[in-house]
Design a protein around this ligand. Structure first.
Ligand code: AKG
Ligand code: FE2
Length: 197
C-alpha cells in the first residue's frame, strides 16, 4: 500500500501530514533489516555548552549531490545513495511529487536513545524546509511544541512503515523531539529526506 490514509495534524503555523501506512508491513520489514545492516552508522560527538558528548543515537548521511550538512557542530559529508534508499526515495517522490537531494538517517538502538528538542532550520535547507520522515522498526513517540505559544503541543506515535511530512512554516514556528522512554523497546530507524541546495 502506498500513501494510504493521510492525517492532517491541523497545527497552527505549520503544515504537517501523517501517513500511518505509507509502506506495507512487508516492505517496511525488508527495508528495516537491510538498512540496519547496510548503512554506514556512526556515533558523532556534539558540543553542548563547551562540553563534548556522544550523540544519543547513530546517524548516517546520504545524498545525490556533494553538499554537506552542518548541525550542532557536526559536519556530515554525504555517502552516495544505496539501492534501498533510492527505492524509498523514488517511492516518496512519485507519491508526493517532491524531489529530495539528501537523507539523514537515525538509528535509535533502544529507549535510551533520543533526539532532543530542535527545528530543522539550517540555512542550507532553504526558507520553508520540506522534510519527509520515514519510520521503520519500533514505535516511538514524537512531540511537537510551538516556539512562542506554550499551549500549542502535539504528540503522536510514529508507526512502522509510516511517513511524516513537515513543510511550510513548520520549522520556523515549532520544535520537535523523540524523547527517551523507560519502556524496553527494540531498535528504530528513521529516514529524513531533505532538500539541501
Ligand atoms: O527520528 C525521528 O523521527 C526524528 C528525526 C529528526 O527530527 C531529525 O533527524 O531531524
Ligand atoms: Fe528533526
Amino acid at each position: 500500500m502506498l500513501l494510504g490514509r493521510a492525517i492532517n495534524l491541523d497545527m497552527i503555523d505549520a503544515d504537517v501530514i501523517y501517513y500511518p501506512n505509507f509502506f506495507s508491513t512487508k516492505d517496511a520489514d525488508t527495508y528495516f533489516n537491510s538498512l540496519l545492516k547496510n548503512l554506514h552508522w556512526q556515533q558523532d560527538s556534539i558540543i553542548i555548552y563547551g562540553k563534548t558528548h556522544l550523540q544519543p543515537r547513530l546517524t548516517a548521511f546520504y545524498a545525490s549531490n556533494k553538499n554537506r550538512y552542518k548541525y550542532s557542530n557536526i559536519v556530515m559529508t554525504p555517502n552516495p545513495f544505496t539501492g534501498d534508499l533510492l527505492k524509498i526515495k523514488d517511492t516518496i517522490e512519485s507519491e508526493l511529487k517532491i524531489n529530495f537531494t539528501s537523507c539523514l538517517a537515525n538509528l535509535y538502538r533502544d529507549g535510551k536513545d533520543s533526539n532532543g528538542w530542535h527545528a530543522d532550520n539550517e540555512k542550507e535547507l532553504g526558507e520553508n524546509p520540506v522534510i519527509a520522515s520515514v519510520s521503520l522498526g519500533a514505535e516511538r513517540v514524537f512531540h511537537f511544541k510551538h516556539k512562542f505559544n506554550k499551549e500549542q503541543k502535539r504528540s503522536l506515535t510514529l508507526q512502522h512503515g509510516s511517513l511524516l511530512l513537515m513543510k511550510g512554516k513548520t520549522q520556523a514556528y515549532w520544535l520537535h523531539q523523540i524523547p527517551k522512554t523507560k519502556k524496553d523497546i527494540e531498535k528504530r530507524i528513521n529516514l529524513t529526506f531533505r532538500i539541501i541546495a
